[in-house]
Design a protein around this ligand. Structure first.
Ligand code: NAD
Length: 256
């Protein structure tokens, strides 16, 4: 049986939950050797167990250079190389700049932005050794559209999208492609937390659904499918792109 990612080795961060977990599953189903990594080692190992085959689960803190290096080395030691990194781990910390503390700002920026620098830098020499490879990033529509009371998150995602473009330019000669996906609201524990923080969580969810012209929240599968495409040879001439996958949310002023 051959898949679109047959034989490729992939490291997926934040793979214990939501988009990362589904991406790890889709990559394995397409024939990739997958390392599922997460701050929560138990959830990473649980994802790997669900994937079966030769998948491994790794405990990894994407905000730590040493942890990023150790995870990459573990992947290379296990599978003999690395072709694709999915920089997906992230957190959302709501608040305007007057509500955010310096500590919360640093946590958001370190987890959502600095992590991409650390993990991609650790992976880079191994991608070069394979004659190129693919760096993928889960950004957000908040990279291009501000959300009220979400200053640090939006800033981190704008940075993530620009860092992706910089890596695309810097990696092009070595054959390293870098692309990001900009999801709309996706039905994962992260967005459930956001809804639950609102005065009326059910109304907040309904409102979010109706904001998307296609009439529903996205699923982790909607984003995982985009990553499969970007990691595959179907996208071999695609680099530096921002692929918006948002049910039409940011396509115009009114879509309902
Ligand atoms: N859900 C949405 O609506 C949405 C929309 C746009 C973008 N995103 C982005 O998608 C990505 C995945 O989010 P999700 O919705 O699947 O959320 P999620 O909370 O379900 O999963 C995030 C995972 O990241 C892990 N993580 C957090 N900090 C980490 C760290 N320091 N090191 C390693 N792992 C860490 C968590 O343990 C968790 O398993 C995030 O970058 C998020 O910003 C989500």
């Amino acid at each position: 049986m051959s898949g679109r990612l047959e034989g490729k080795v992939a490291l997926v961060t934040g793979a214990g939950s939501g988009i990362g977990k589904e991406t790890a599953k889709r990559f394995a189903a397409e024939g990739a050797h997958v390392a599922a990594a997460d701050l929560n080692g138990d959830s990473a190992r649980a994802t790997a167990a669900e994937l079966g085959g030769d998948a491994i689960g790794l405990e990894m803190d994407v905000t730590s250079a040493a942890s990023a290096q150790a995870a990459v080395e573990a992947v290379v030691a296990t599978f003999g190389g690395l072709d694709t990194v999915v920089n997906n781990a992230g957190v959302t910390i709501v608040g305007s700049i007057m509500e955010l503390t310096e500590e919360l700002w640093d946590k958001e920026l370190n987890t959502n932005l600095k992590s991409i620098f650390l993990v991609s830098r650790a992976a880079w020499p191994h991608l070069e050794k394979r004659g190129g490879g693919s760096i993928l990033v889960t950004a957000s529509i908040c990279a291009t559209h501000a959300l009220q009371n979400d200053a640090a998150y939006c800033a981190s995602k704008a940075g993530a999208a620009m860092l992706t473009q910089c890596m695309a330019l810097d990696g092009a000669k070595a054959g390293i492609r870098a692309n990001c996906v900009l999801p709309g609201f996706i039905d994962t524990p992260m967005i459930h937390g956001y809804f639950n923080d609102q005065p009326d969580p059910a109304a907040s969810r309904k409102g979010a659904e109706s904001m998307h012209p296609l009439g529903r929240l996205g699923t982790p599968r909607d984003i995982a499918d985009a990553f499969v495409y970007l990691a595959s040879d179907d996208a071999k001439w695609v680099t530096g792109t921002r692929l918006v996958v948002d049910g039409g949310l940011t396509t115009g002023l009114w879509g309902g």
